[in-house]
Design a binder for this molecule. Structure first.
Ligand SMILES: Cc1cc2nc3c(=O)[nH]c(=O)nc-3n(C[C@H](O)[C@H](O)[C@H](O)COP(=O)(O)O)c2cc1C
Ligand code: SF4
Length: 668
């Protein structure tokens, strides 16, 4: 069999890397409050090394304390005292044959006062808040010439410390919306001294860092840099780095002695970014340099292999895909593709939820040591009711621990809401299939098409019942709500509703679902042309975005003062993204009172007291859900142990569902 390009060794300067899969740098919050690498940091990176990654580039570590911080607590490298703990990390990763790089970083304009206690710093003062990306902070001030000298020395000393701490490579972060990029980008840099002018002058700070670092570490230590191949800021009327600038910069950096280039962009990612959409940037850079080029942004193994075959890059960096599944490289190598837990591209990982940074679908993220599968002290008879994400996670994990698990699902296939929701996000289907595979692989007995009653439970006599029965839609009291034109967002997981019929009595089977899903994904919901969606939470805005993109006219009406509380789970990043998209189209109205649904649409009263009529051929209900826990109430006191997980406990969405399943299955 032909060897995959992904698994051929490669070189960056003097460092030989066992394969072409690179873990993209991504900040975590696992360090100690003082900025040292912690045991959790080591466990987190070691899991990815064990999983077969060729090169791990650890998260942005700060050269300037506190002025450079963009996350707390950061890992620091501004003092030699941090070297021993960093060395423990490099040693742990090296045990698995994986190479390790550190990304050194100064947050500059994106380092907010809340983390640093001071005004942010940049090449020049700037009062365009949209340029700060997601982090809303105050406008930065310009660095003085003396401070530029200090920043250069801080970076160079950090390169030296990387070498001493055993990092095989040091990466200088000059991308995204951080300090060095604020010099390189003409959208940011308005200085009038030698650090502005042509591209060479704007890149001067980076060139001076490289020159000083080489004085400290010598010519052979591998140094690379992450740069923007493009700044996608045109929508704000701004013109930043273009691929032409990036190519010119790449040539300059090669001449200055860098050993590789890591081509990212601003923004580095987006919820729902198109897979592989940044590859062309690396491919263009590769045409003008001889040093290795790393591509990053929405990549998986399949795209990565193609990129390498087509010689568009030399290495493929994966960030979120390795949060979701640390063993991705080994699974690809062994051909176990159905075992890969696929990243959903939702960016829940980019916010702190439940006091921790999390991955929506990998409950072990950041808990690698605590969450290893340990055999149960006593094998129990476990009944899981409900085959959505919570139930499947619980069943597979409990079975792996040695329990005898039976999973009942009232529909004819596993997956719950994930199946039809995947018409909107493909990866949900892949996730459902991955979870189903785990359930079957670990010997769970699956019973489909049967609704569990107290009598069935009495018959089965389980030691443990895990309820994962999900939720049901809230139906508001509006005259006319019973009309055929009213669809319910939750029942959109049923074929009939998705095809535009309000009668949901369709048999849900795996193959039928898969055809319908493909059809709906391509064409939208066929009988819906002009829709009004009642409810501006995640489900409502997801459907609105989906239909709008397929040419339908959509209005979202919500009785609340604002749509989407962005601080709340589930999926805050995705919610913000969707809200922005729809607000741009003036499609959301809040503080609305629903008066009546008629055959022509819906009559409402606006917050100003004005009576209005919104014409629609379809009204979609997305007013939230209630937990479905009636069976649990009936079983109370009748089984030795009972647990409620997922939406039937608290309707928080997929992350809490999977986390709940993982937690309970480890506790029994
Ligand atoms: C939670 C999170 C933290 C990140 N932190 C960093 C970082 O410290 N340095 C950096 O250069 N990029 C950072 N990124 C960007 C990633 O390295 C990567 O470029 C981006 O996520 C696109 O790749 P992906 O689609 O494979 O995740 C971060 C991304 C995420 C989601
Ligand atoms: S939180 Fe979402 S985007 Fe982030 S790694 Fe997990 S699945 Fe992927």
């Amino acid at each position: 069999m032909q060897q995959m390009e992904l698994f051929k060794p490669g070189k960056i300067g003097s460092c030989t890397i066992p394969n072409r899969i690179v873990m993209s740098p991504a900040s975590t919050k696992f360090s100690t409050p003082e900025g040292f690498v912690s045991q959790s940091t080591i466990d987190y990176y070691e899991a990815r090394a064990k999983g077969g990654t060729g090169l791990i580039i650890i998260q942005a570590i700060e050269v300037d304390n506190p002025a450079g911080h963009t996350y707390t607590p950061p890992i620091l490298i501004n003092d030699d005292k941090f070297i021993p703990a960093l060395k423990e990390l490099t040693d742990a990763v090296h045990k698995h044959g994986t190479k390790i790089a550190a990304q050194i970083h100064h947050g500059g304009p994106s380092a907010p006062r809340t983390m640093t206690g001071q005004q942010p710093l940049a090449a020049s003062a700037n009062n365009r808040p949209e340029m700060f990306g997601y982090i809303e902070t105050e406008p930065p001030r310009a660095l003085t010439l003396e401070e530029i000298g200090d920043v250069i020395e801080m970076h160079a000393q950090a390169v030296r410390r990387c070498k001493e701490a055993g990092f095989d490579i040091c990466e200088i972060h000059a991308a995204h919306r951080y300090l060095i990029n604020s010099f390189i980008s003409k959208a940011w840099n308005k200085r009038t001294d030698e650090y502005n002018g042509d591209l060479k002058a704007r890149a001067r700070i980076l060139l001076e860092i490289i020159a000083r670092a080489r004085e400290l570490v010598g010519p052979d230590y591998p140094i690379m840099s992450r740069i923007n191949g493009h700044e996608y800021i045109e929508q704000f009327g701004l013109h930043g780095i273009t691929i032409e600038d990036a190519k010119e910069l790449a040539v300059m950096l090669e001449k200055a002695g860098l050993n590789a280039l890591d081509i990212s962009a601003f923004p580095a990612n987006n919820p729902r970014m198109e897979w592989g959409s940044r590859v062309h940037l690396a491919a263009e850079i590769k045409k003008v340099v001889n040093i290795p080029v790393i591509t990053v942004g929405g990549l998986d193994a399949e795209i990565g292999e193609e990129v390498l075959r087509e010689k568009k890059a030399d290495f493929v960096a994966i960030g979120r895909g390795l949060f979701a599944d640390p063993e991705l490289p080994n699974k690809v190598k062994e051909g176990r593709l159905e075992d890969i837990r696929p990243c959903l591209n939702c960016n829940t990982c980019n916010v702190k939820l439940f006091d921790w940074w999390n991955c929506a679908i990998n409950p072990s993220y950041g808990k690698e040591r605590e969450y290893t599968i340990k055999p149960a002290e006593k094998s129990k008879k476990v009944l899981v009711i409900g085959g959505g994400p919570a139930g499947m996670e619980a069943a597979a994990t409990a079975a792996q621990r040695g329990h005898k698990v039976t999973l009942y699902e009232k529909e004819n296939c596993l997956g719950g809401l994930m199946i039809m929701s995947s018409a909107i996000e493909d990866r949900l289907y892949a996730l459902a299939k991955n979870m189903e595979h785990q359930v079957k692989k670990h010997g769970v007995q699956v019973v489909l098409g049967k609704e569990v009653t107290p009598e069935i439970v009495e018959d089965l006599k389980p030691d443990v019942v895990i309820m994962a029965t999900g939720s049901s839609a809230i139906i508001p009291e509006i005259p006319g709500i019973e009309k055929a034109k009213v669809l319910n967002a939750l029942s959109l997981d049923r074929e009939g509703s998705l095809l535009g019929y309000s009668d949901p009595k369709f048999v849900k089977s795996d193959s039928l679902m898969s055809d319908t899903r493909a059809f709906v994904k391509k064409y939208g919901i066929p009988l819906v042309n002009k829709a009004v969606i009642l409810g501006g939470e995640l489900a409502g805005l997801e459907i609105a975005d989906f239909l709008t993109k397929r040419g339908r006219t959509v209005t979202v009406l919500d009785p609340g003062e604002k749509v989407m509380d962005l601080e709340c789970p589930p999926m805050p990043r995705l919610r913000k993204h969707l809200r922005q998209q729809l607000q741009l189209q003036d499609a959301i109205f809040t503080s609305v009172k629903f008066d009546e649904i008629t055959d022509k649409g819906i009559a409402i009263t606006t917050k100003e007291g004005e009576k209005r009529f919104h014409e629609a051929d379809t009204i979609i209900l997305a007013m939230g859900v209630n937990s479905k826990n009636e069976l649990a109430k009936k079983l109370k006191g009748k089984v030795p142990e009972i647990y409620l997980i997922g939406d039937c406990s608290t309707p928080y969405g997929i992350m809490e569902a999977i986390q709940g399943g993982a937690r309970v299955a480890r506790a029994i």
